[in-house]
Design a protein. Structure first.
Length: 100
């Protein structure tokens, strides 16, 4: 099993996807509980910009005002995962309500 995982991690596309998924897991710690309930990482662009889906345009606006603080809070996670994160983009149109 470990050998299979090792082989998969040699594939750069899989490695990138796993690394990004790990970074997304830290959103709750970075954004805080209030915002974590109303926003979530959606994707990463080629320009190292993380797109955040927001429940409402108001949430997107509030997060936009805190963008610099969020980037600073992301820094330790970005460094430990050895991934680049240059900017955050907040988009209420990307929000998809999940069935719980």
């Amino acid at each position: 099993m470990d050998e299979l995982i090792g082989d998969m991690m040699k594939n750069s596309a899989i490695k990138k996807a796993v690394t990004r998924a790990n970074l997304y897991k830290f959103w709750g710690k970075v954004a805080g509980e209030k915002f974590a309930k109303n926003s979530k990482p959606y994707s990463m662009t080629k320009g190292c910009v993380m797109v955040i889906a927001c429940k409402t345009p108001t949430v997107a606006q509030e997060l936009m005002l805190r963008k610099n603080q969020l980037l600073v809070k992301f820094q330790p996670y970005v460094e430990s995962l050895n991934i680049k994160l240059k900017d955050l983009k907040f988009d209420a149109k990307k929000w998809i309500e999940e069935d719980v």
